[in-house]
Design a protein around this ligand. Structure first.
Ligand code: 5CA
Ligand code: ZN
Length: 412
């Protein structure tokens, strides 16, 4: 699938130190400084509705990871998926009497535009579930033949993963079995499905049903893929085993990332699936998680249509720490717009405080688990001094602007 169009990232003098990131599995901050190219897989959209500010915040988080790795001199190999076939997409298409393929294409196109406007560096590979079906079916068959999966005996052709084939199951989310059992049905799981060996076993392949799209699965029989195996197979196929970062919002901690890791680890024999499992906090509106099912969404495209500066949207989302669940408010946007105006005036000054010192301190904040609020405070201080006429460095304003552009993706 086509990715979106990137933009020039300014080159900065020197190099940043190693990035330190919180890993959900180890429940602590650890360096992410691989020897070779850095590899990252991020769980992308299910395109049945437009990009909302929650999606945007998560994409911005992993954009910062990519920018910080690049700043330390790493080549970055980044893959993101589009879940362009799944129940929610079919349900929405059905509700609106629309062709599911047209719906998915339209919303994916809008997402690309939003990503470009927000200056998100595109992934090297942007991959749809549908185009990956032959690979997924092949890997489900491997799991079946290996005894890690089983077919229900009710004639549906549905295939499930047997979680007893994953001895470390639970290590990624650190949840107790009771907690897992509570969350599983809330996030697409079907604990009560008759014939399963364990209520937590996740679906790998859904046999063809009347009125639902299906694809030939070879020996598996016709059907369509489960959700977790989709991400495991796409990531393994393009990035290999033990990727550096598996990313997404914290709504994917369980079961999605736990199950993807279990599938991938069983397929490759290599563990862990990811060196860091990185989860962005949920963006809410008025104290509730922003989600399609609740309908409390603020769309990036709506703000763009209202002529809101995408850089103000990006800045507003960066003003909270990526791991914190937080609420979107009109006020956040107003503050961001005012900040941008000040920074733009400061960057136009003939001189300002040291640009080198500003760059070093922003690097220090962002390599510390992406402390964007700390980095933005440093920009406020630099701008205050520049506007107050502290003029020790004629190259300061240009480096101030280049630092914000390269490391935070904020173009003044
Ligand atoms: N297609 C799957 C992932 S394989 C999916 O979760 N799609 S999604 O459209 O629901 O979400 C796309 C990405 O945005 C995921 O990484 C998800 O964790 C994240 N996300 C969804 N809602 C929010 C929110 N309210 N705040 C922050 N991130 C969110
Ligand atoms: Zn995913």
């Amino acid at each position: 699938m086509e990715s979106w169009v990137g933009h020039e990232v300014p080159r900065l003098p020197g190099r940043g130190g190693p990035l330190r990131l919180y890993d959900s599995a180890r429940q602590g901050v650890h360096p992410s400084d691989p020897d070779g190219p850095a590899t990252m897989y991020v769980c992308g959209i299910t395109p049945y509705d437009a990009t909302h500010l929650g999606h945007a915040a998560t994409m911005i988080t992993f954009d910062l990871v990519q920018r910080m790795w690049r700043d330390t001199g790493h080549e970055v190999r980044y893959v993101q998926n589009v879940t362009d076939i799944d129940d929610p997409l079919l349900e929405r298409a059905d509700r609106d009497g629309e062709d599911w393929k047209v719906l998915a294409m339209r919303e994916t196109a809008l997402f690309r535009e939003d990503m470009e406007a927000l200056r998100i560096i595109p992934p090297e590979h942007y991959v749809g579930a549908v185009e990956s079906i032959p690979d997924i079916a092949e890997k489900v068959l491997v799991l079946l033949k290996d005894g890690a999966a089983y077919r229900l005996e009710d004639g549906t052709g549905d295939v499930y993963f047997d979680i007893s084939a994953a001895p470390r199951f639970g290590y990624e989310s650190n949840l107790s079995r009771d907690e897992m059992l509570e969350i599983f049905p809330e996030r697409g799981g079907d604990p009560d499905r008759a014939g399963k060996r364990d209520p937590l076993d996740p679906l790998l392949w859904r046999g063809a049903r009347d009125g639902e799209p299906s694809w030939p699965g070879g020996e598996l029989g016709p059907g369509r893929p489960g959700w977790h195996i989709e991400c495991a197979v796409i990531a393994l196929g393009l990035l290999g085993s033990t990727i550096d970062v598996q990313g997404g919002g914290n709504d994917l901690l369980f079961p999605h990332h736990e199950c993807s890791a279990a599938h991938a680890e069983r397929l490759t024999g290599a563990a862990p699936f990811a060196d860091h499992y990185v989860h962005a906090g949920m963006i809410g509106l008025d104290g509730e998680k922003m989600s399609k099912s609740r309908g409390n969404l603020v769309f990036v495209s709506r703000l763009r249509a209202d002529r809101v500066d995408p850089m103000a949207v990006r800045l507003a989302l960066l003003s909270g720490h990526y791991r914190a669940d937080r609420s979107w408010t009109e006020d956040l946007l107003t503050v961001a717009e005012e900040r941008l105006r000040r920074w733009r005036r400061a960057a136009a000054a003939p001189a300002g405080p040291s640009g080198e010192a500003f760059l070093a301190s922003v690097r220090d904040r962002l390599t510390d688990d992406l402390d964007s609020p700390g980095a933005l405070r440093l920009a406020d201080e630099w701008a205050d001094q520049a506007l107050a006429g502290v003029a020790e460095d004629p190259a300061g304003p240009a480096l101030f602007a280049a630092t914000l552009d390269a490391l935070l993706g904020l173009r003044l």
